[in-house]
Design a protein around this ligand. Structure first.
Ligand SMILES: [Zn+2]
Length: 374
C-alpha cells in the first residue's frame, strides 16, 4: 500500500504554518466525518488519512523527521508511526480523542482516555428524522418524539474482566531495535470496557441491553433547515456497562406546504382573485410564516402580476437578512354566468367595452422572472 504525501492529503504546501495545518485538517475532518457520510468507506478512509497526516504534521518532532525522510522517517518495521498501537493507521478512538484541541469538544466521542487507561465505552448514536413545517423552522419549536433505544436492562450486572483485571488494556512486550518495548493493546475479552456481563435478564442481549421506547423532548432552534442535523447529547443508546450513552442525531426534514413553496430563502404562493375583484381592487388576507397579513390588490390588476412582500421570507441561514414572499396573482375568469350576467358581457363586447388593451408596456412572463432575480 503506497501512502500519500501528508501535505497532499491536507492540501497544503510544505511551508504551511501550524495554524494553517490545523485549519486544513479541520476542513478535511469536517468534510469526511463519518457522521456526515454514513456508510461511506472512502470517506472514512480519507477521514483517517487526514487524521494521520495531522498527527504527524502537528508534532514538531515527527514533522521534522517526515520533512527530511518522508514516510520512512516515521515508521518502524510495522509501518506505523511513533507510539505503539497504531499499526496500520489510527483507529477511530485515537482520532476522536485528537479532536478535543481542534474542535473544542464539538464532536462527540469524548470520554476516552482521560487519566486512566481504561476506555469508557460509549453507546452508539441513534438517528431519527423529524418533520417540521415552515413556521416551525423559522420560529423554532419543541417536539416530543418516541425513540426506540437500547437501555441497560433492569437486573443486568457486570463483573470485572479477569483477562485485564479491569484496566481494559493488555500489555505486550515487543523486541525492537531499541530493545524490549512494552506496548498496550485493547483487551480482547472485554473490548476495553474492563467489565463483562455477569447476569443477563431474559430478553436482553449479550451486553445486557434491551430495546425500549423512550420519549425525548427536542428543542429545535429558530432557523432550522432541511437536512440540518441536531445533536442531542446522551439520548442515544446506552453503553453496555457504565459508559456514557451515545447521542440522538435528529435530522430535520421539511414538511411540504400545500400553499407556500420555498425557494432558498424566498417563499412563493398563488393568490386567486375574481374578475370583479381584479377590476375594482380588493384587500386579501394571506398566510406567511409570521402569521396572516393583509395585502392590497390594486384596481385593474392583471393576471400574472407578482407582489413582493419584502422580508416576509425565511431568515437566511447565516443570519444575514431575510428572504421575501412573492404573491403570484391569478385572475379567475367566471365559469358560470347567469342570464343577466351573460347579457351584460355580451353588451360590453358589442360596444367594444372591457376589451384587452395591452399598452405594450406590460411585463411578459419572462420579464417577471428576470425581475425576480434582480
Ligand atoms: Zn478485559
Amino acid at each position: 500500500m503506497s501512502k500519500r504525501d501528508y501535505y497532499e492529503v491536507l492540501e497544503i504546501t510544505r511551508t504551511a504554518s501550524a495554524e494553517e495545518i490545523k485549519k486544513a485538517y479541520r476542513k478535511m475532518a469536517l468534510k469526511h466525518h463519518p457522521d456526515k457520510n454514513p456508510g461511506d468507506k472512502t470517506a472514512e478512509e480519507k477521514f483517517k488519512e487526514a487524521a494521520e497526516a495531522y498527527e504527524v504534521l502537528s508534532d514538531g518532532n515527527k514533522k521534522a523527521r517526515y520533512d527530511q525522510y518522508g514516510h520512512a522517517g516515521l515508521g518502524g518495521a510495522a509501518g506505523g508511526f511513533g507510539g505503539g498501537g497504531f499499526g496500520g493507521g489510527m483507529n477511530m478512538e485515537d482520532i476522536f480523542s485528537q479532536f478535543g484541541d481542534i474542535f473544542g469538544g464539538h464532536f462527540g466521542g469524548g470520554g476516552f482516555g482521560g487519566g486512566s487507561q481504561r476506555q469508557q465505552l460509549r453507546g452508539s448514536n441513534l438517528r431519527v428524522r423529524i418533520k417540521l413545517n415552515l413556521e416551525e423552522m423559522v420560529n423554532g419549536t419543541q417536539k416530543t418524539i418516541k425513540v426506540k433505544k437500547m437501555k441497560l436492562a433492569p437486573g443486568a450486572t457486570a463483573k470485572t474482566c479477569s483477562t485485564c483485571g479491569g484496566s481494559g488494556v493488555q500489555m505486550k512486550v515487543m523486541n525492537t531495535m531499541f530493545g524490549q518495548m512494552q506496548t498496550q493493546t485493547q483487551c480482547g475479552t472485554c473490548g476495553g470496557a474492563g467489565k463483562i456481563a455477569d447476569k443477563i435478564p431474559a430478553g436482553a442481549n449479550s451486553q445486557g441491553l434491551i430495546k425500549e421506547d423512550e420519549e425525548v423532548t427536542i428543542n429545535i432552534p429558530a432557523g432550522a433547515r432541511e437536512g440540518i442535523q441536531l445533536n442531542v447529547r446522551g439520548k442515544g443508546n446506552d453503553a453496555p456497562f457504565g459508559g456514557n450513552p451515545g447521542d440522538l442525531l435528529v435530522v430535520v426534514e421539511e414538511e411540504v406546504d400545500a400553499t407556500i413553496k420555498r425557494e432558498g430563502d424566498n417563499l412563493h404562493q398563488e393568490l386567486y382573485v375574481s374578475f370583479a375583484e381584479a377590476a375594482l381592487g380588493t384587500q386579501k388576507e394571506i398566510p406567511t410564516v409570521g402569521g396572516k397579513v393583509k395585502i392590497k390588490v390594486d384596481a385593474g390588476t392583471q393576471s400574472g402580476k407578482i407582489l413582493r412582500l419584502s422580508g416576509k421570507g425565511l431568515p437566511s441561514i447565516d443570519n444575514y437578512g431575510k428572504g421575501d414572499m412573492f404573491v403570484h396573482i391569478n385572475v379567475w375568469t367566471p365559469q358560470r354566468l347567469s342570464q343577466e350576467q351573460k347579457e351584460f358581457f355580451e353588451k360590453q363586447i358589442a360596444n367594444g367595452e372591457m376589451m384587452a388593451e395591452p399598452s405594450g408596456k406590460e411585463k411578459t412572463f419572462f420579464d417577471k422572472v428576470r425581475d425576480l432575480f434582480n
